[in-house]
Design a binder for this molecule. Structure first.
Ligand code: 6GU
Length: 227
């Protein structure tokens, strides 16, 4: 999978995508992430990429021309399956959407800043708009890093134990069960007996019960309608 990300602050994207699982995925060539500084396509020598909004009001808007030049120059080399604009008014990100996007070959992501990007770019180039939750970030970069991480870890060969993503919270609309490691007793606090039993059937049943109970308690909305 190849992901190209257009941003006014590409440095913000690098660190989260250069450690741990994402670092390994990139080193193995399973995930190719290219970040692009929008200023490369600025309209003047001052590096301008934003301007005042028509109609007045506080806040700058990211201009059409730099964005469209950036998009089209990337499109000259790669056929993108989706051009995703990260924006708080987009579709709320879910594991379902992450799963879908992980099946694509080439994704482009556009990070908004200030008041966002000129609406005409959304109309004529963007194919999907994604928000990572109902709160406002100062820019789309952290959201793009979140989306890239969530997608990247699903790519075949990225996780060591390929089955382990199957047990993630949300992968089947259930939260993950509690986990423990050594020692079996710490300050008198014991690990549940069943996990030491060596009986895989019992362990599996216990984990499923715990998942259900945890979901019922914390996120009943996940059980209600299967949505
Ligand atoms: Cl994608 N962008 C910004 N700026 N804020 C957000 C977001 C995106 N998703 C949630 N909040």
């Amino acid at each position: 999978m190849r992901i190209d990300i257009i941003s006014v602050l590409p440095e913000l994207l690098e660190s989260p995508l250069n450690h741990s699982i994402m670092k390994r995925a990139r080193e193995k060539g399973l995930l190719e992430v290219h970040t692009h500084a929008l200023r490369t396509w600025a309209v003047n020598k001052y590096g301008q990429v934003d301007d005042y909004q028509f109609g007045g009001g506080a806040g700058m808007v990211m201009m059409c021309e730099p964005l469209v030049n950036a998009i089209e120059s990337l499109q000259a080399n790669v056929q993108y399956d989706e051009i995703i604009y990260l924006t708080p008014d987009g579709e709320r990100l879910s594991q379902r959407l992450v799963n879908q996007l992980s099946l694509r070959q080439n994704l482009m992501m556009i990070c908004g800043h200030y008041k966002g990007i000129d609406e005409r770019v959304r109309e004529h180039f963007v194919t999907r708009e994604v928000s990572i939750g109902d709160y406002v970030l100062s820019g789309g970069e952290l959201a793009a890093a979140v989306l890239t991480d969530a997608i990247g870890r699903l790519l075949p060969g990225v996780l060591n134990d390929e089955t382990s993503a199957l047990f993630d919270s949300f992968q089947d609309d259930l939260l993950a069960p509690p986990v423990y490691t050594r020692p079996a007793e710490f300050r008198g606090w014991k690990v549940p007996e069943v996990l030491l039993s060596g009986d895989p059937r019992k362990v599996e049943d216990w984990r499923h019960d715990q998942s259900l109970a945890r979901t019922r308690n914390r996120r009943p909305d996940l059980l209600d309608d299967g949505a």
